[in-house]
Design a protein around this ligand. Structure first.
Ligand code: SF4
Length: 396
């Protein structure tokens, strides 16, 4: 069997580096095809921050696809819960690209949901996706080269999670871990590998112009790489991206699980990579923290089934506001904070962060959001009147 081809291109300009990579790759005939371009634009971030896909990468993709005869192209994204899609499209520069190139930009969450059955799903039997997908013959995933606190890397397979319908995205983070018994994998890894069986991109263009290391996907450090990776074998593209980030693709759980399902090759020696000496561009990324420890002696965290959203928000919140939190100490002189969908036991007076904790909100100060931003947590806290008594009232 012919090995999958992955093209790696290095340069300074996001536009020309993307064109160079795409021109080195033999794309299929796209005449008459309707193409969905799925960048990562799910958060409020500016181009070049390493959080969202650079608009010039999307622009180069549109220009090249037009050359190759694509009939219609649409840019589509479904933002993380709580992010205003139109504001994110503006901030990430995608709205500008859409206007400049005359390509429609759609919020995938504005369409009806549609169920897709996952054949042989161990964890997921079906998932809800945006029904907008029915309009397309071809899907291009254009993620940013990033580390991820829960999945180690976030690349073209993981980027397809934005095609899930609204809260279905968060649901993947909330599945109970006892549904998976194999060691070494998180439930989320398995969920992504099963999602990928029905949401596999036809082409991956990985934007590694500026990636993100450490506490990705949103709170790490930006990392300049000047790399674009292209392949019609998304899993192989992700494996090579991981390799360039300094990680062995075989120890990235969701890549390994996808490969075990026969979805593609992840061993670099079995992939046809252009150029062969691509590793001259390897630049190790700081790995994501293996545990998100809250290293404040007076903070007690109750985390039952949270996802990266609330965990990372909490870390940022504490970095920014910890010195102002003295008045939220309980009688034991600690600040108690709860996150996650499965939270069951926690003390009266706890600070409950995120929609997942709504069921416990009578027990303390509840901050809505999925996740709430750190300034919102502080705003709600300062609006609440703390009454330390046997029968506290947490509302204003
Ligand atoms: S509320 Fe927090 S833990 Fe729950 S899904 Fe949203 S971000 Fe994740």
């Amino acid at each position: 069997m012919k090995p999958s081809l992955v093209v790696v291109s290095k340069g300074k300009s996001p536009y020309s580096t993307t064109l160079t990579a795409l021109r080195s790759f033999t794309l299929p005939n796209l005449k008459g095809k309707n193409v969905l371009i799925k960048p990562n634009a799910a958060r409020m971030a500016s181009p070049g921050d390493g959080v969202t896909t650079h608009p010039l990468v999307v622009e180069a993709t549109i220009d090249l696809l037009r050359e190759r005869g694509a009939k219609e192209m649409v840019i589509g994204e479904g933002c993380i819960f709580g992010v205003d899609a139109q504001a994110a499209f503006e901030k990430t520069g995608l709205k500008g690209v859409s206007q400049k190139k005359g390509v429609k930009l759609i919020d995938l969450d504005q369409f009806e949901p549609e169920e897709r059955i996952i054949p042989d799903g161990k964890l997921l039997k079906k998932i809800k996706v945006s029904s907008a997908l029915n309009d397309f013959d071809w899907v291009i995933s254009i993620p940013v080269m990033k580390t991820h606190m829960h999945t180690r890397v976030s690349l073209s397979i993981k980027n397809m999670k934005g095609l899930l319908w609204r809260r279905e995205k968060a649901k993947l983070h909330q599945l109970r871990s006892n549904q998976r018994t194999d060691p070494g994998y998180k439930t989320l890894d398995l969920a992504i590998s099963e999602m990928a069986t029905v949401l596999k991109p036809d082409l991956a263009i990985i934007d590694g112009m500026v990636g993100m290391e450490g506490m990705g996907p949103a709170y790490g450090r930006s990392k300049e790489m000047g790399i674009i990776i292209v392949s019609d074998h998304a899993l192989s593209a992700d494996a090579i991206a991981a390799r360039l980030m300094g990680f062995n693709p075989e120890i990235i759980p969701h890549l390994k699980l996808c490969s075990e399902r026969g979805m593609g090759e992840i061993q670099p020696q079995k992939i046809w990579i252009k150029p062969k000496d691509y590793l001259k561009w390897e630049t190790p990324f700081e790995p994501p923290p293996s545990t998100l420890s809250i290293s404040y002696p007076d903070v007690v965290l109750y985390d039952e089934g949270s996802c990266s959203g609330c965990l990372s928000t909490l870390l940022v919140f504490l970095q920014e506001y910890h010195p102002q939190l003295n008045r939220y100490h309980l009688e034991d002189k600690n600040i108690h904070i709860g996150i996650g969908k499965h939270l069951k036991t926690c003390p009266e007076g706890i600070i409950l962060v995120g929609n997942c904790t709504a069921g416990m909100k009578k027990r303390g100060i509840y901050v809505q959001g999925c996740p709430p931003v750190s300034s919102q947590i502080m705003k709600i806290l300062s609006q609440k009147k703390r009454v330390l008594s046997s029968n506290p009232s947490w509302d204003i």
